[in-house]
Write a protein that binds this ligand. Structure first.
Ligand code: UD1
Length: 421
């Protein structure tokens, strides 16, 4: 298993191109199942999660081809040979569960492995199932699999989620686009990835109103056609690289970055002494003098502060001047990076869903272990400002969501290299 070695202390300067969004790309790939015509995606990120979902789509009978060194992907779901998503693939990546809605929307049948919990929490799928049941599907849970069927087809329904779940909104939206009648989703997720999925479905002929607001109206159509659609900029990769110069010092321009995707983070950074400027090429982020100030952060659904940037923000606040509180409201167990940061000299106390971070002047490099995707990158960020060397092991988590991370950081002057096992 590869590791990443970070030598701390280098200021950053230069440009980083931001890739297409992992979480958008995966959902657009699932949406390809809704049409017999091919879907072509551009700005596809080169990530192991994209490869995992490619394998799953192929196992269902899709033909998948790549062009432009993986940046363009063509998926043809003309002839499905299976409606069963196996545990072996779904367990590797929860987003695989999002083939359920498209399979139900297209053919009214699907067998999909339950994804199970994962390191950051229980991550249930009860809202997904209740949504499909409201649309007339019969759903049984057997041997770790969801067996869903609607032999007469799905019908529109009014569905109100108890929590604005991203995955459940997207699964139900995909099921509803080819259902009979109108579906109304209340308390829908408003994440840019969800809006991007709606935009792609609309380009394929779906009738969807209200994406980006908490109430969506979806009028079912008989069939969807093929389309060519771009993957939007990855706001989590963007936010991660905004935090890099805030931690290490210097100035970096993040190409393709748009402030509205990361406004909650940009506001926080500006409040603690980091400059964030929208240019015509992207977002320029600079920290020129002194330590950042402490600040309190609470994660929330979009447009609130993203849970997927909480670990990276904690790394930054470890060296802030003062005491910060980070409250995690989306997942129940998402502070696994805290003990690793403590090994690097951070002063953090976790109590329930809140972490109290007392800023220290300097962190120290140490061997640390990545526990999940965003935790891994938070340790690399912490290493950028730490004294000495930080060796982050188990970086396969990182390869799920960050394309060429060591190259992108090295290009702006960070001392980061991959150490092959
Ligand atoms: C997606 C993102 C993930 C991000 C998260 C929150 C993808 C591939 N992943 O995950 O990176 O961190 O949104 O922004 O897009 N819940 C239930 N029952 C359900 C569904 C969800 O109780 O049926 C709970 C979950 O356990 C969690 C909360 O709702 O505590 C939010 O989950 P959700 O918004 O569904 O996240 P995901 O779609 O899994």
């Amino acid at each position: 298993m590869d590791s990443i070695l970070v030598k701390g202390g280098a200021e950053l300067s230069g440009e980083i191109p931001i890739a297409g969004a992992k979480n958008t790309c995966l959902k657009l790939m699932c949406a390809s199942l809704l049409s017999e015509d091919p879907l072509t995606l551009t700005n596809v990120p080169r990530l192991s999660d994209v490869r995992t979902l490619t394998t799953l789509l192929q196992s269902l009978g899709c033909e998948v081809a790549f062009a432009q060194n993986g940046g363009v992907m063509m998926i043809s779901a003309a002839d499905l040979t299976s409606h069963e998503a196996h545990y072996d693939i779904v367990r590797k990546m929860r987003a695989s569960f999002n083939v359920l809605g498209p399979l139900m929307g297209r053919d009214g049948r699907a067998v999909v492995s339950l994804p199970g919990g994962c390191a950051i929490g229980a991550r249930k799928v009860d809202f997904h199932i209740a949504g499909l049941e409201a649309m007339g599907a019969k759903v049984d849970l057997k041997d770790g699999y969801v067996h869903a069927s609607a032999p007469q087809g799905l019908r529109g329904a009014e569905i109100e989620f108890p929590f604005a779940s991203v995955g459940a909104t997207e699964n139900v939206m995909c099921a509803a686009v080819r259902a009979k009648g109108t579906t109304v989703i209340k308390n829908a997720a408003r994440e840019p990835d969800t809006v991007a999925l709606a935009d792609c479905l609309i380009a394929m002929g779906a009738d969807i109103e209200g994406a980006g607001s908490s109430e969506m109206v979806i009028r079912g159509v008989d069939a969807l056609r093929g389309a060519t659609h771009p993957v939007i900029t990855d706001r989590i990769e963007l936010g991660t690289y905004m935090i890099a110069p805030a931690i290490a010092g210097g100035e970096v321009e993040l190409l393709g970055g748009e402030r509205h995707l990361v406004a909650s983070l940009a506001d926080k950074l500006e409040g603690i002494g980091v400059e964030v400027t929208q240019t015509n090429r992207g977002l320029k982020v600079a920290r020129k003098n002194g330590r950042v100030a402490a600040v309190d952060v609470t994660t929330a659904p979009f447009p609130g502060f993203p849970t997927d940037l909480q670990a990276q923000m904690m790394s930054l606040l470890c060296t802030a001047d003062g005491v910060s509180h980070l409250e995690e409201t989306i997942f129940e167990n998402r502070f696994m990076h805290a003990p690793e940061l403590i090994r690097m000299g951070a002063d953090i106390t976790v109590s329930g869903g809140t972490a109290t971070v007392r800023g220290v002047e300097r962190m120290r490099g140490a061997p640390v272990m990545a526990t999940d995707l965003r935790a891994s990158v938070s340790l690399i960020l912490a290493g950028l400002a730490a004294e000495g060397e930080t060796l982050v092991s188990r970086v396969y988590h990182l390869d799920r969501g960050y394309e060429r991370l060591e190259e992108k950081l090295s290009n702006v002057g960070a001392l980061v290299e991959r150490v092959a096992a």
